[in-house]
Ligand binder design. Structure first.
Ligand SMILES: Nc1nc2c(ncn2[C@@H]2O[C@H](COP(=O)(O)OP(=O)(O)O)[C@@H](O)[C@H]2O)c(=O)[nH]1
Ligand SMILES: [Mg+2]
Length: 218
């Protein structure tokens, strides 16, 4: 088959399954976050730092997507939150079908919030809807403030941009104003949060956003 036709076919199948599980989540009032970033921006760290506090108020489950290893699922399990690891076996993104097939691992009647940590990659995950209610794109200050312009699909489709590793800002030439300008040029409505998983800066605002999102999706 022509590769372009094949890609369209895969994406339309993904969109069908994503619509099906989005309706399932909606009917049960489950809020779903899809966290995307390049490898090492701090997705797992942000969850580790905030799940403990949030899980006292909300019923949360996590799906960890990685090409290989159960490392991130082990880190999340320490917080006491139910977690399921998907290993994609080489694929650079999660697909809606993988999420649908993972739902058996959780009691959906006992869930307010499902957080999906996508495979670390700024390209592929942007094309695959996972039925989420909001997409969170992390960027760390060591990556360069031009990343939104270089990976527009990712930042264009994100509802929130989290600028992480703010503690490292003095050691880089990263400009927070510039990254915000770049992100806003693609996506004027995205909410922007600044965090450090080292110092704790911005973690309360991130947790507030998550609470607000869950309340909205109920
Ligand atoms: N200095 C600093 N390091 C961080 C921060 N967040 C994460 N890290 C470190 O960055 C590395 C990658 O983090 P991880 O959460 O595994 O990133 P992920 O691949 O996006 O899940 C780890 O060594 C973390 O300790 C932060 O805010 N500041
Ligand atoms: Mg991770």
């Amino acid at each position: 088959m022509d590769p372009i036709k094949l890609e369209r076919k895969i994406l339309s199948r993904n969109d069908r399954v994503a619509a099906e599980i989005r309706e399932l989540f909606r009917s049960r009032g489950i809020a779903v976050l899809n966290m995307v970033s390049s490898p090492g921006s701090g997705k797992t760290s942000l969850l580790e730092k905030t799940l403990g506090g949030l899980s006292a108020e909300l019923r949360i489950a996590v799906i960890e997507g990685d090409i290989q290893t159960e490392n991130d699922a082990r880190r999340i399990a320490v917080t006491g939150v139910p977690v399921h690891q998907i290993n994609t076996g080489g694929a650079c993104h999660l697909e809606a079908e993988m999420i649908r097939d993972s739902l058996d691992h959780f009691d959906l009647d006992d869930l307010d919030l499902l957080i999906i940590e996508n495979v670390g990659n700024l390209v592929c995950p942007s094309a695959f809807d996972l039925g989420e209610g909001a997409r969170i794109a992390l960027i760390s200050v060591t990556e360069g403030d031009d990343k939104p312009l270089k990976y527009p699909a990712m930042f264009h489709t994100a509802n929130v941009m989290v600028i992480n590793k703010m503690d490292l800002l003095p050691y880089t030439d990263f400009s927070v104003d510039e990254v915000i300008r770049n992100a806003r040029s693609l996506n004027p409505d995205a909410r922007i949060l600044k965090t450090s998983c080292r110092t704790g800066e911005g973690l309360a605002a991130w947790s507030d956003y998550v609470r607000e999102f869950v309340a909205e999706m109920r």
